[in-house]
Design a protein around this ligand. Structure first.
Ligand code: NAD
Ligand code: IPM
Ligand code: MN
Length: 352
């Protein structure tokens, strides 16, 4: 079971270190780990945020554990050299089009939420975010208009096939959960969303056991804080999914808690090839201070065991250990506590 570990920038290496310690504590037979450079760290060393050797490493692996990329010092670089291009490049090159971002309120920990506890308690949702298309991967540029003024532009598009394949992932996910799917778009304004809605509606005919509804993204953002418990599975495009998942993290408690799996079609002998990463970024404001909450990355490692290595029992064990560590008061600054990254890692490992 080969894992390529790309820790990246800022708090990336700090949180990945703890997730690896948790995996080591499980003492799984046949696990091999190799590290690769990515992000600003790779740009400094190799002149590129996603060097070919790093991409090769991920292609030879059965799963990728990813920390975070991003460095304010790189914000002025040409776009193709910026650290963020590494994660976008990996998602595109590895065909990882389905991003699963679960947000569940840990039992008894509803008071950690930014919402009222009685509202937070009900949260058990899964955001299925399309990851290979949308305005993220369209043509873009800054052009000069006739009057000499500059204009930035980004092309948004989705093809039928792109919508269809993510819709199938979402309907199947809903079948395995409470059987409800909400498709989020902006069909009242965007042609891209109009087509999205038509295709999702068409795919729904193959899933009569799933109840489908549609929400505009502005309303979805509102409903996510008004009554998040009403959601089961949400399927949406790349941009809306990015935003709604950060929002969902605060509904549960903190961005330091939300894990993700990015999956494509490739199967290995162990399960589905995937890339696993916390939904947060490199958090430059707290990097290097031992303040980052590693739980999102630890929970991402659990998702890796579930999806890429078919080890459901081990995944659930990690998730229970995280919940218990939280319950026992091991909380970082993001949750109003003072536990360090290492202390949180230790607490999870003890509870394993
Ligand atoms: P961010 O997610 O890095 O941080 C947002 C806020 O949340 C910050 O105040 C940060 O301190 C806090 N935070 C995030 N993760 C935390 C954790 N585990 N524990 C405690 N607090 C945590 O978002 P940002 O500040 O907008 O972006 C910083 C950099 O990260 C940018 O370069 C951005 O492009 C990049 N980024 C990368 C990824 C990725 O690698 N997948 C994701 C998001 C942002
Ligand atoms: C995320 C991040 C990335 C995204 C950035 C770093 C490109 O915000 O994984 O949520 O927008 O997808
Ligand atoms: Mn994001």
């Amino acid at each position: 079971m080969k894992i390529a570990v790309l820790a990246g920038d800022g708090i990336g290496p700090e949180v990945v270190r703890e997730a690896l310690r948790v995996l080591e504590a499980l003492d799984l037979p046949g696990l091999s780990i190799s590290d690769g450079d990515v992000g600003a760290a790779a740009w400094r060393k190799h002149g590129h945020p996603l060097p070919p050797q790093t991409l090769d490493l991920t292609r030879l692996a059965d799963a990728v554990l990813f920390g975070a990329v991003g460095d304010p010092a790189c914000d002025g670089l040409e776009r193709h050299l910026r650290p963020e291009q590494a994660i976008l490049g990996l998602r595109a090159e590895l065909g990882l089009f389905a991003n699963l971002r679960p947000a569940t309120c840990f039992a008894g920990l509803e008071h950690l939420s930014a919402l009222k506890p009685e509202i937070a308690r009900e949260i058990d949702l899964l955001i299925v975010r399309e990851l290979n298309g949308d305005v993220y991967f369209g043509e873009k540029g800054i052009r000069t208009l006739d009057n000499g003024e500059r204009q930035g532009w980004d092309m948004m598009s989705y093809s039928e096939a792109e919508v269809r394949r993510i819709a199938h992932v979402a309907f199947r996910a809903a079948q395995g959960r409470a059987g409800r799917l909400t498709s989020v778009d902006k069909a009242n304004v965007l042609e891209t969303s109009q087509l999205w809605r038509e295709v999702v509606t068409d795919v729904a005919r193959e899933y009569p056991d799933v109840a489908l509804d549609h929400l505009y993204v502005d309303n979805a953002a509102m409903q996510l804080v008004r009554a998040p418990g009403a959601f089961d599975v949400i399927v949406t495009g790349n941009l809306f999914g990015d935003i709604l998942s950060d929002q969902a993290s605060m509904c549960v408690g903190s961005i330091g808690l939300l894990a993700s799996a990015s999956l494509g079609e490739r199967q290995t002998q162990f399960g589905t090839f995937g890339l696993y990463e916390p939904i947060h970024g490199s958090a430059p404001d707290i990097a290097g201070q031992g303040k980052a909450n590693p739980m999102a990355t630890i929970l991402s490692a659990a998702m890796m065991l579930r999806h890429s290595f078919s080890r459901e029992a081990d995944a659930a064990r990690i998730e229970r250990a995280v919940a218990r560590a939280l319950d026992d008061g091991f909380r970082g600054g993001d949750l109003g506590g003072s536990a360090s990254t290492r202390q949180i890692g230790d607490a999870v490992i003890e509870r394993l």
